[in-house]
Design a protein around this ligand. Structure first.
Ligand code: 9MR
Length: 386
């Protein structure tokens, strides 16, 4: 068919029909979410949930992504769940110790409600000083710092969970293990109240969101260089179990792919399946569920040719998802954005050839890439979970 007959997404007539849309579909695609071929539906058929992060920008602004109607329509068409990419972080929500700035997160929550999409929460405590607001890093906790720190944290968690009762899956603590050493990170909160800050966060989340899945979320990978990180996460999860802390699942961020000079995330090449399975076996052996919380593929180390690159990304993603989906404990698959141009990876650590990265399921013109098909195929092939 000629391109003039394409709908506002640039999707073909066949794809429009598959999504239950007319070829010239107008905005407002809530019905598309029910389409049998959407990733949400393919996941749902297996007892899984598929969704995506939405939001953008280091400043936490929504400009350019959530303001983009085509992106919103794509999210509604493909997703069963959304997670705000930055809008629930302290540095966005908390301009100061007394104030909550809910406007941005409210917009995403309203959109999710309007389109009957579930909502994940990310994150109640990114326990890393770099991602604390400046005021918090220099906060004066007064003469009883442990009690004051606990009050600040518990009030935050209670207020945020209370504002969004529809959030049924929460990253309660994010990235508190130092990736190099495997040791717990220190922050002003842990200095004031000790490492029980993490337990307190989960207990507060359970009290404020009793039905939500509570998650520890981190980016450990399977490379030899990630051994300390994996070991630190295992120690943390063992401690939670031993102390009866209410943690339901490990969030495996899944920023996988290539960085020629290394960097976070496993590189391309032979996935270190043995070490990775051993890690996942230990996590699930303790009784934890698994979630893929931030799936994308950094194509930095791949050849420039787009067809070659997209194929390699898709094959890599399929292999990874097949492995992860073989665990019946895996309950959710969340992409970290659905369109390449809005990916956090686009401008981070550029490719040596200067070409734009293509880390997500859809290209800059909202065309499905081979990775989208790979995700669909992996979901179709996944064993159903109870
Ligand atoms: O994608 C997010 C980017 O827009 C932000 O600038 C950055 C800092 O807040 O966080 C990115 O998301 C991170 C997530 O919150 C935690 N895991 C790693 C993600 C990528 O850095």
């Amino acid at each position: 068919m000629d391109s003039s007959a394409r709908n506002p997404f640039g999707w073909s007539r066949r794809r429009c029909l598959a999504l239950g849309l007319g070829a010239a579909a107008a905005p407002g695609l809530a019905a598309a979410a029910a389409s049998e071929s959407s990733l949400a539906s393919l996941a749902r058929a297996k007892g899984l949930r598929f969704g995506s992060a939405v939001g953008a920008g280091r400043a936490g602004s929504l400009t350019g992504t959530f303001d983009d109607p085509r992106y919103r329509q794509l999210l509604a068409a493909e997703c069963g769940a959304l997670v705000p990419e930055n809008e629930l972080k302290w540095y966005v929500l908390r301009p100061d110790a007394a104030t909550f700035a809910f406007e941005r997160a409210d917009r995403i929550a309203a959109f999710a409600r309007e389109h009957a999409l579930a909502l994940r929460g990310h994150c109640l405590l990114w326990h890393h000083p770099r991602w604390f607001p400046a005021w918090l890093n220099s906060h004066d906790f007064g003469s009883q710092p442990a009690a004051a720190a606990e009050k600040l944290l518990v009030d935050h968690i209670t207020t945020v969970c209370g504002r969004y009762p529809q959030i049924d899956s929460w990253d309660v603590v994010n990235e508190t293990i130092d990736a190099d050493t495997g040791v717990l990170r220190e922050t002003v909160l842990s200095k004031a109240m000790g490492q029980r800050v993490l337990d307190v966060a989960f207990h507060a989340a359970r009290a404020a969101a009793p039905k939500a899945r509570l998650v520890y979320n981190d980016y450990m990978g399977w490379d030899a260089a990630d051994a300390n990180h994996r070991a630190g996460v295992l120690r943390l999860l063992e401690g939670f179990k031993a102390r009866g802390v209410p943690v339901d699942a490990l969030g495996v961020q899944s920023h996988i792919g290539a960085a020629p000079e290394g960097g976070a995330g496993a590189g391309f090449g032979q996935p270190k399946e043995t070490a990775w399975r051993a890690f996942l076996d230990q996590v699930t052996g303790m009784g934890y569920d698994l979630l893929i919380t931030e799936f994308d593929i950094n194509d930095k180390g791949l050849p420039g040719d787009i067809a070659v690159r997209d194929r390699a990304v898709a094959d890599y993603g399929r292999a990874y998802l097949d492995l992860m989906l073989s665990y019946p404990q895996l309950k959710e698959v969340m992409a970290w954005g659905l369109v390449d141009k809005y990916s956090w990876l686009r401008n981070l650590s550029p490719r040596p050839d200067g070409l734009a990265k293509r880390p997500t399921l859809y290209d800059d013109d909202y065309q499905a890439k081979p990775l989208r098909e790979a995700v669909a195929t992996a979901l179709r092939a996944a064993p159903a979970r109870g």
